[in-house]
Design a protein around this ligand. Sequence first.
Ligand code: PEP
Ligand code: MN
Length: 348
Amino acid sequence: MSPSAADADLAVVVTHIEARGGQAFVSRGVTRTIVGVVGSDDVLEELEASGVKGLPGVAETMRITTPYKLVSAQNHARRSTVRVGGVPIGPDTFTLIAGPCAVETPEQTLAAARMARRAGATLLRGGAYKPRTSPYAFQGLGEAGLRILAEVGEEVGLPIVTEVTDASDVDTVARYADMLQIGTRNMQNFALLQAVGATRRPVMLKRGLTATYDEWLMAAEYIAQRGNLDVVLCERGVRSFEPALRNMLDISAVPMVQRLSHLPVIVDPSHAAGRRDLVVPLARAAMAAGADGVMVDVHPRPEEARCDGAQALVDDSLAELAEAVTTIPPLLGRTCATHLAERAGTVG
Ligand code: PEP
Ligand code: MN
């Protein structure tokens, strides 16, 4: 739409599209508004022939050339902000998400949540359904874990992020969670993507172990195509030839995917490194590369953790992370999330 288009012009355009069988997605930017149209080739050809270009307020029309449409940067006036229980994740802020890899007990979860909060986290993570490599490893507490996480989140005043691993659990997890996490191993579980796409909960979509940017964005498109555009992409390292580290953090993914898509991009340095001493340096790199947030594992007693203790931050390393979070993102013009936490009052 041209910058001078009126709301009434926009309404006419949307009606015009819908009357010809297209779906219209309106994206309002500071200086311009873009109407994304999704439809079959027949619908698009009819629309082009119908003179949509000549309607009042329409500046130009163009085909989106990327295979993903709804999540493409081409379809958006500016990068999106996704709100999770009121907490923004997007281009103007920097959001720290922290918590235990797995919910183990109420005491462990509360202690980890207090550590997260002290470090400036504004969202609490914790797994209740754990996708483990070994069927003999701790699989998570299931719904009992969701209940613990929700109670702890309530107590410390942080909205919660938790993984869902099976389409049949989506309704249950969505009852407790403020944000649904799709793990690496499920990035191409299309039934699960469609199921979370049908909810009204924001989704964190982790990058698959060997997924290309296009595959990752096509997975996001599955969620968006079901009507849920509140998707945050999470880079967590990819499979590499180097055995010293769990995964290789792909820092290039941050600026690259931010060019390809309007969706926020965050980084999980914990699952990338697999070892505590590298988590803060990688988190700093993510901030410098322009990530919209980071997510880290914390644990009050990592040596006793039932899952991923080696990568969990403890108090000393968390203090270093808190320092980075308050200093680096503001250099890049972002309001850091810690300020939001302070405004809400400090807990424990
Ligand atoms: C997690 O965040 O708990 C997790 C299992 O991560 P990933 O899917 O990236 O391995
Ligand atoms: Mn883990």
